[in-house]
Design a protein around this ligand. Structure first.
Ligand SMILES: C[S@@+](CC[C@H](N)C(=O)[O-])C[C@H]1O[C@@H](n2cnc3c(N)ncnc32)[C@H](O)[C@@H]1O
Length: 330
């Protein structure tokens, strides 16, 4: 009965994705496999003699197929230009068939909108206080909402903190809904807060204007990017940040390894997987926080604040450790 509920959800929700907990680890919920045939994702970090850390991450797909590492999976999915073209066409194609509503972009879990925005706002407030301590609130702040869908995050959060918000979304009927949702007459903010540019393009093809943004917000869409496009997107986007600007990445987390969704062509990555990609992008995790208050059957969700510089310690530096050396007794 419980399994059946999970199975229905697995078929109906994307990005906001259910998983099944067994003995503290996740199982990909696959309606075609019995529980005994479900397989676990695993992850291992291997140190090569060159001292470069290489990930040996095994994972699985939504049909329960296991991959021995991410390379094997990516070779199959995006290994030549036709496959890569199909990967992105199918990803966007999935969302083209989804209703332009909060429930639609949240995979049938419209009720998580409120706890999602609440946690994001607390996280953003902490970051703004930390990173723009002096003039932050009087500065003219600009944000980019990536994979914005219908403008849910912009409307409920970003537009209240940023004077200008640009939205990027490859699915045109979502972007049209976003235009409507964040039109000045539908917002409760002053005139100096507005949505400015609406880019109908995917992340892998986007290069932001140099030095335009204080914050680039990327929520529930980076899973659509293959690893190489993930790295090149962040490398281009770094140039789009103002000095001191930062990224917020909010994503589902696989407990280990990765889970490929065959239907919407997206990858749920583990924390270790993300960390390896952040390293490749030259990004540091300044702060991270786990989302609370979501239904148990969903993947855990984490917020990362990423900076291009190694974070400086905030607050007083740690006092030198008192060494417990033996002293001479005179
Ligand atoms: C789960 S929805 C999240 C929408 C929005 N970020 C939110 O939290 O309400 C995933 C979004 O990613 C978008 N998307 C799919 N492929 C993408 C790509 N290659 N680049 C940017 N966005 C993409 C979809 O069109 C969809 O709007």
């Amino acid at each position: 009965m419980v399994a059946a509920t999970h199975q229905r959800e697995a078929q109906s929700s994307r990005q906001i994705k259910p998983y099944m907990l067994v003995a503290g680890r996740y199982l990909c919920v696959n309606p075609n496999l019995s529980a005994t045939h479900q397989v676990l994702g695993r992850c291992r970090v291997k140190v090569r003699s060159s001292s470069r850390i290489e990930m040996e991450i095994s994972g699985l797909d939504s049909n329960g197929r296991q991959f021995k590492n991410a390379d094997e999976m990516w070779r199959e999915e995006v290994g030549d230009s036709q496959k890569k073209f199909d990967w992105y066409r199918n990803g966007v194609g999935y969302w083209q068939g989804v209703e332009a509503s909060v429930d639609g972009v949240l995979g049938g879990y419209g009720h998580v909108n409120e706890p999602d925005i609440k946690s994001s706002e607390a996280f953003l407030n902490t970051l703004l206080t930390d990173l723009f301590p002096n003039s932050g609130r009087n500065q003219h702040l600009v944000a980019l909402d990536c994979g914005s869908g219908i403008g849910r995050v912009t409307k409920n959060l970003l537009i209240r903190y940023f004077n200008e918000v640009d939205l990027l979304e490859p699915v045109s009927h979502f972007l049209e809904a976003a235009r409507e949702n964040v039109a000045p007459e539908n917002l409760l903010v002053s005139e100096d807060h507005k949505a400015v540019n609406f880019y109908c393009t995917p992340l892998q093809e986007f290069t932001p204007d140099s030095g335009r943004y204080d914050v680039i917000w990327i929520q529930w869409c980076i899973g659509h990017l293959a690893d190489d496009d993930f790295v090149s997107f962040f490398n281009r986007a770094k140039a789009g940040l103002k000095p001191g600007g930062f990224f917020v990445l909010k994503e589902n987390l696989a407990r280990s390894g990765f889970v490929l969704d065959n239907e919407d062509k997206s990858l749920t990555r583990s924390h270790t997987y993300f960390k390896e990609l952040f390293n490749r992008c030259g990004l540091s995790v300044y702060r991270m926080k786990d989302q609370k208050g979501f239904p148990d059957e969903l993947f855990p969700v984490r917020m990362y604040a990423l900076t291009t510089e190694t974070p400086k310690r905030v607050g007083p530096s740690r006092p030198k450790r008192q060494l417990n050396r033996p002293a001479l007794i005179k």
